[in-house]
Design a protein around this ligand. Structure first.
Ligand code: KG4
Ligand code: ZN
Length: 359
């Protein structure tokens, strides 16, 4: 029997078994992660090896170092996920892996490893879009949550407002025209002299600042478009720091951080709530690494309450990159009848909502 025939049968068996075990693998950037889920929403284990110490001295992710580290750690991280879940490889019913978007060399490690496992165990393999994974982090946090809803996905590489029409159908409502929100956090954090990764460090510094001290605004904040832009805001911060330095002034870095954070989070909140209301959604969800930002969570919670929307955001452990969210998205992809062959490839620019939308 060919792999595709047996994989099709195994995928069918997966769909029939409500407590089937699925292994998820994530290597799109700087975390090597694996996770076992039962029945799609019950997380039995989450193993992760973070590369933050490896990249910190360079101030950002060095792709070649990331790929090499994934190669070194992939096997032990998967073994740890199985051990922590108390299951064996032979107990698994399916394998899901992030196939894009992300760093091509990093993605290839996870994709190749997942293919090897799927071949050896004759298991169905499903390639998962990393952003669909971030959205699925909400399913792990809210057992009752199901589409349709609107989701703001804010990560290091993307800032999208997405209509989640079903578990596997997404429409892009708006997006950043330049820097992603997380990218802007990282760049401004660097300008403020904070360590990588910049987002959490900037959030902490902002706690002691006064957001009203510096007038910073993101472009397109007002008006009907759901698109956003954070590059001008980032440049405004860099100029502010530069001008202060030239005059010999000591800028109040905590207040710069607070003003920047407020401008980004206000824009994300306004646009996401507008998007949800325009869609007629009852729920607005938040996803992606920036969803770990407490200031953003608070602004969205308040705005959703005022607009009569239910607000959902992932448990903190599912905010930044992890394999449980990939496993969950893979589960729903399998339920929707999708699975991948051994021609599955890493797709660094994989779109969430179809190539015609140009991202
Ligand atoms: O989703 P993620 O882990 O990786 C990508 O898919 O990009 O997101 C990482 C991004 C980084 O830019 C990081 O600075 C940002 O999320 N981030 C935060 C916070 N935690 C992570 N940004 C603001 N506040 C945070 N607490
Ligand atoms: Zn991510």
């Amino acid at each position: 029997m060919s792999y595709l025939t047996s994989a099709r049968q195994a995928a069918e068996a997966y769909r029939q078994n409500p407590s089937a075990l699925l292994l998820g693998i994530e290597t799109s950037c700087d975390e090597t992660a694996a996770s076992v889920l039962r029945g799609g929403r019950e997380v039995l284990s989450m193993a992760v090896h973070t590369q933050i110490p490896l990249h910190r001295k360079y101030g950002g992710v060095v792709p070649e170092l990331a790929s090499r580290s994934h190669v070194e750690r992939m096997g032990e991280v998967c073994a740890a996920a199985l051990r922590e879940a108390g299951v064996r490889l032979t107990d698994l019913s399916a394998i899901a892996v992030t196939c894009g978007p992300g760093l091509v060399g990093a993605l290839l490690v996870g994709v190749s490893y997942a293919k090897g496992l799927a071949f050896a165990q004759e298991l169905p393999l499903v390639g998962v879009n990393h952003l669909a994974g971030h959205i699925a982090a909400n399913y792990l946090t809210y057992p009752d949550l199901q589409p349709p809803f609107t989701c703001l996905v804010a990560s290091g590489g993307h800032s999208h407002i997405v209509a989640v029409e079903s578990y596997d159908r997404f429409t892009l409502l708006g997006r950043t025209r330049d820097d992603a929100a997380g990218e802007a956090f990282d760049k401004v954090a660097r300008a403020l002299g904070l360590p990588y990764p910049g987002g959490p460090a900037l959030e902490e510094l902002a706690l002691t600042g006064d957001a009203a001290k510096y007038p910073l605004h993101a472009a397109f904040n007002e008006g009907p478009t759901l698109d956003m832009s954070f590059s001008g805001l980032k440049t405004a911060v860099v100029n502010l720091l530069h001008n202060a330095g030239q005059k010999g002034d000591l800028p109040d870095k905590a207040s710069v951080a607070a003003a920047f954070q407020h401008a980004v989070c206000k824009t994300l909140t306004n646009k996401a709530v507008q998007g949800a209301l325009r869609q007629g959604s009852k729920t607005l969800a938040l996803a992606g690494g920036v969803s770990a930002n407490r200031y953003l969570r608070a602004l969205l919670e308040e705005a959703c309450a005022a607009a009569g929307l239910r607000f959902c955001c992932p448990d903190f452990r599912y905010c930044t990159d992890n394999a449980a969210m990939i496993a969950c998205a893979g589960h729903y992809a399998l339920l929707c009848g999708e699975y991948s062959g051994f021609d599955l490839n890493a797709a660094p620019n994989l779109p969430l909502c179809g190539a015609q939308q140009g991202f």
